[in-house]
Write a protein that binds this ligand. Sequence first.
Ligand SMILES: C[S@@+](CC[C@H](N)C(=O)[O-])C[C@H]1O[C@@H](n2cnc3c(N)ncnc32)[C@H](O)[C@@H]1O
Length: 287
Amino acid sequence: MQASDYDKIIHTAFMVSKARQFTDIPYAKELAQLVEAQGLVELSEPQNQDKSALLTARVEARYKAINQVMAQYQIGQVLELASGLLPRGLFMSCHPNITFIETDLPRMIRCKQQLVEQLVGERPNLHFLSIDATSRPSQFLKSAELLKAGQPIIILCEGLLTHLNMAEKQLVCANVREMLQHYGGVWITPDFIHTASLTQSQEFDASLQKLLQTGTKLTGRSLVDNNFATLEQARQFAYEQDFRVAEYSMLNVMDHLSCLKILGIDTEVVRKMLALWSIFALTLDVA
Ligand SMILES: C[S@@+](CC[C@H](N)C(=O)[O-])C[C@H]1O[C@@H](n2cnc3c(N)ncnc32)[C@H](O)[C@@H]1O
C-alpha cells in the first residue's frame, strides 16, 4: 500500500490519544494504555511529546461538546471521519440501536480495529472502513451497505479539517454534502477553527506554541497557515460550501471537564480558552 501525504497526520492521533487518557472519557485510558503496551507509540515517534494540559482540556471539551450537540438529534447512524483513536464508537455501539462507522486512512483504521477488537471483541453495529475523506470520487460510498437508506446520518470529525489546506477542506465538504443530500442529517465538527483563537490560546499557555511546532514538524503542515484568520471567515467558508451553520460554544461543557481536577488545571484559563472555540452543526438547505 502506498503511503500518502496524509499519513504523516496519523502521528497526531497518537498525540491526542495520550492527552485524552487524563480524562474520564469512557475507554480513553484503556485505548491509550493498550497503544503504550503494544509499543505502538513508535508509530507516532514523539516519545517526548510536550505535555500541555490545555491540549487535554481542548480534546476533552471538543469530545464532550460534540456529544452534547449529537444528543439534540435523534439519529441512529453515525459516520465518523478520521476517527484515529477516538473511543466514541466503542462507547456508543454499546447501544444496539446505533450503527456506528469509524473511518480513517488505511494504516490508522487497521490499527484501530485491532485495538478495539482486543478490548471488546467484534460488535455487529460497530464498523471500520478505510476512507480518505478528501478523495474524489468519494470513498464515503463504501459505507452505503452499512447504512439504512432513507434514514438520516450524523457525520462527525474532530481534528481533521484543521490539518488540511483550503482546497482539501473543500474536497471533504463536497463528500459530506453528497452524503447529506442522499441521507439527510447533520455534520457536527469543531474543525472550523480560526488562527486568532490559536494565537490567543498560546498567550494562556506557552507550551501550546511548542506543541504546535511539534505538530507542524510531524505532519509537515501548519495549523496556523491552514486555518481561517477569523471566525467570520470560517463561517463564510461554510456558507460558500452550501452549508447552513448552527454554532454551539464549547463553554457549554465547562462544567463537565474532568481533566481540570485530574491535572490540576487553572479553571479560569480554560474558561477563557473555551470561549474562543465552537462546534459547528452543518446542514443543507432543503430545496
Ligand atoms: C489529530 S488526529 C485526530 C484523530 C481523532 N479524530 C481524535 O480526535 O482523536 C487526525 C486524524 O486525521 C486522520 N487523517 C488525516 N488525513 C486524512 C484523510 N485524508 N482522510 C481521513 N483521515 C485522515 C489521521 O489518520 C488522524 O487519525
